[in-house]
Design a protein around this ligand. Structure first.
Ligand SMILES: Nc1ncnc2c1ncn2[C@@H]1O[C@H](COP(=O)(O)OP(=O)(O)OP(=O)(O)O)[C@@H](O)[C@H]1O
Length: 679
């Protein structure tokens, strides 16, 4: 049980240091005399402190007019309270002590401030093992409040600390790793002595988490520094770091190699001494970048340098200079130029080999064989060479001849076509070379021939394989001498004509049979171009179909939109002996005939619908899906008709009447519907 009493403090300095010292000393005496314990509490604080502890008393912020509660336990509490009340009141009365109080108070407030604001935790214990001071940093580190722990025994708050030993032996402990309310702390513990008497213990604590954090940061800074250092050491460019005072702080090995100056000769020297008018000194003075400085080092090496100021925030730290050997840059530039020229050359070559002249756009198709032929034609066009175009009828020989002409330098001059097979042989000479008026020719007028008309341009001699032998000789002369006479004429006419010939005939066989002159063949065959048949480029059929559909829609004012899949399959299956001309004709016929806005099987001619490739046979059980009965039947009728040549014979062979065979042949489109019999 405690007895207590309230006392109001009446002093402008409040509970000042001298009073605290006197009261705590008096409390100590009374505790010993009366065997009692005395406590003090500032009214409203709820905090009870041992009165005999000077530090505890000091840390109680009692102001003028505040009330304190004095609590006592023991046998004669009232007596103790009377005596203590009187003593406290007397402490604040002595007028002459006012000045000393002020000085003491100032010193005490100063220390209090220091204690509160130092970043390290401070815990002070009195000789009774009671915590008398617990500063803000100690609160932050431990998470405990000073109000709570002041007045408590160290045994409760600091259970595993070696305080027993400090009290017993006055020993000091430095750098101990301990715990405070679960927080790891690094602690220095020392006894406090006053005039060789131990009056308490002070512990200074550091938060281990903060220390760990700092040490981690330090490690990563070190690691980063190491990394940058390695980087600088291994770069190919020379690097020199100069601090803000102009002292050379670092050069990398590349800098030593380029300049021939050694690290230990450079480090610590001032650039203002080494090279006062140099770029580094200038960059230091200006604190601005200086780029592309060209100079020569004492070892004769020409270099180019870039200098940049280094700032840390707003703080100027110095200058970094990066240098490269000019010869090295020159070498690199030369190599780069060489590579650029090579790349340009290759690019042009690639374009030349790939890109066809626009004139070839009229030729539809993507097939590889066709593209190859057109690529040769495009090159021949530019070279003005004589060209011999080979290919089956309808493969586009004339189209290619025109493209060659329009892709050549002669494109603004005439393109003259002569179909050698279509002109009777007796007229061919005058057709080619013209004729003169006169008795000999019987002509009333004179007429220029195709060669004259083509002067400056191109003459396209189609079906050259049909040229009669006498004309072959005359043509050879024009090719070799570029001159001729008109029929019945005596004047020699000179012409500059490019010849493109074409044929679907096997000229080599004709040479063997002596129907085509070998010398003319070699004159014409300077650049041979072989156009593939349509069956060799079936992959182009869909694009050609689309092309003709568009072209003819325009020409005929129709709007046929597409060809059904089934019809397209039939078109692709067919072998096209007449090549693209045949396809063009079929498309024209379909477009004229159809009433729909698409083309399907009904629109295609029967021989295309019913076409089956020669060697395809359905009756094959080796693998794949079986065909339908109807398909087998169609196959059997087709083979029988092919083998026996008539409905009658095929019927006999198959055990059917000739009427049945005919009906089935019509059904499957093997024969035309109005065909009566095959005999
Ligand atoms: N690749 C193509 N793209 C578009 N149309 C083509 C193509 N090839 C040929 N044609 C067209 O096919 C028709 C036949 O072509 P061309 O007259 O050039 O063939 P040709 O080989 O000269 O025939 P011939 O040997 O019978 O004289 C022409 O109407 C032509 O426009």
């Amino acid at each position: 049980m405690y007895s207590s009493r309230y006392i109001q403090i009446k002093n402008p300095l409040g509970f000042h240091t001298r009073a605290a010292a006197m009261i705590s000393q008096k409390a100590g005496q009374m505790e010993r005399t009366y065997g009692a314990r005395l406590y003090i509490s500032l009214e409203g604080s709820g905090n009870r402190l041992p009165m005999s502890s000077f530090l505890a008393m000091l840390s109680t912020p009692v102001r003028d007019g505040d009330r304190i509660e004095v609590m006592v336990d023991g046998d004669e509490p009232e007596k103790v309270l009377d005596e203590m009340t009187k003593f406290i009141e007397s402490c604040f009365e002595a007028e002459d002590a006012m000045q000393i109080d002020s000085l003491l108070q100032e010193a005490s407030v100063t220390y209090e401030r220091i204690f509160e604001n130092v970043p390290s935790g401070i815990v002070v214990l009195d000789m009774n093992g009671v915590i008398t001071l617990f500063n803000k940093a100690a609160e932050r580190i431990s998470g405990l409040s000073a109000d709570m722990v002041i007045g408590m025994s160290y045994k409760t708050v600091l259970p595993n600390w070696p305080l027993e030993e400090v009290y017993a032996e006055g020993k000091t402990y430095m750098g101990m790793r301990l715990e405070l309310n679960g927080a790891a702390v690094l602690v220095n513990i020392s006894p406090i002595f006053s005039t060789s008497r131990m009056i308490g213990i002070v512990s200074i604590l550091q938060d281990m988490r903060e220390i760990d954090k700092l040490s981690n940061e330090l490690d990563s800074v070190k690691e980063m520094e190491n990394r940058y250092h390695n980087m600088l050491e291994s770069v190919h460019d020379g690097i020199c770091l100069v601090d803000s005072d102009g002292i050379i702080a670092y050069v990398n090995p590349a800098y030593e190699r380029i300049t021939g100056e050694r690290y230990d000769e450079l480090i610590g020297k001032s650039v203002y001494d080494v090279s006062p008018g140099g770029a580094r000194a200038t960059a230091l003075r200006l604190r601005k970048p200086i780029l592309g400085v060209i100079g020569t080092k004492p070892n004769g090496v020409r270099y180019v340098a870039d200098l940049n100021p280094i700032f840390y925030g707003d703080r100027f730290m110095g200058v970094v200079s990066v240098i490269k050997e000019v010869t090295e840059i020159q070498d690199l530039t030369n190599r780069l130029n060489e590579e650029k020229a090579r790349a340009e050359y290759l690019e042009q070559e690639l374009k030349r080999s790939q890109k066809l002249d626009e004139a070839f756009n009229i030729i539809v198709g993507k097939n590889g064989k066709l593209k190859e032929a057109l690529s040769i034609a495009s090159k021949a066009a530019a070279a003005d060479a004589t060209v011999l175009i080979r290919g089956e009828s309808g493969t586009g020989k004339e189209l290619v001849a025109r493209a060659i002409h329009f892709a050549s330098k002669r494109k603004d001059k005439p393109f003259i076509r002569v179909n050698c097979a279509a002109i009777p042989s007796n007229l061919l000479e005058s057709e080619l070379f013209g004729y003169e008026r006169g008795a000999f020719t019987g002509a009333v007028n004179q007429k220029p021939g195709k060669f004259e008309l083509a002067n400056g341009g191109t003459i396209f001699l189609d079906e050259i394989g049909d040229l009669p032998p006498d004309m072959q000789v005359k043509l050879l002369r024009v090719i070799e001498e570029k001159e001729f006479e008109r029929v019945g004429g005596i004047t020699t006419i000179k012409v500059n004509v490019r010849i493109i010939a074409a044929t679907n005939r096997h000229l080599e066989d004709m040479i063997k049979n002596n129907t085509f002159r070998e010398d003319l063949y070699y004159r014409l065959n300077v650049v041979p171009i072989f156009l593939p048949s349509l069956r060799e480029r079936k992959d182009d059929i869909p694009v050609l179909v689309e092309h003709f559909l568009n072209e003819m829609n325009k020409k005929m004012g129709k709007n046929i939109k597409y060809v059904t899949n089934e019809a397209m399959k039939a078109l692709v299956r067919y072998e096209w002996p007449g090549n693209i001309r045949e396809l063009q004709n079929i498309m024209e016929r379909c477009i004229i005939m159809t009433d729909k806005d698409f083309i399907d099987m009904d629109d295609l001619p029967m021989y295309i619908v019913g076409y089956k490739p020669e060697n395809s046979t359905l009756i094959n059980f080796d693998g794949g899906d079986l065909a339908t009965m109807e398909e087998y039947e169609e196959e059997i009728i087709r083979l029988a008709l092919k083998k026996y040549g008539s409905f009658n014979k095929a019927g006999k062979a198959l055990g059917l009447t000739h009427k049945t065979v005919a009906a089935k042949a019509r059904k499957y489109g093997i024969v035309d519907s109005n065909e009566q019999d095959l005999k």
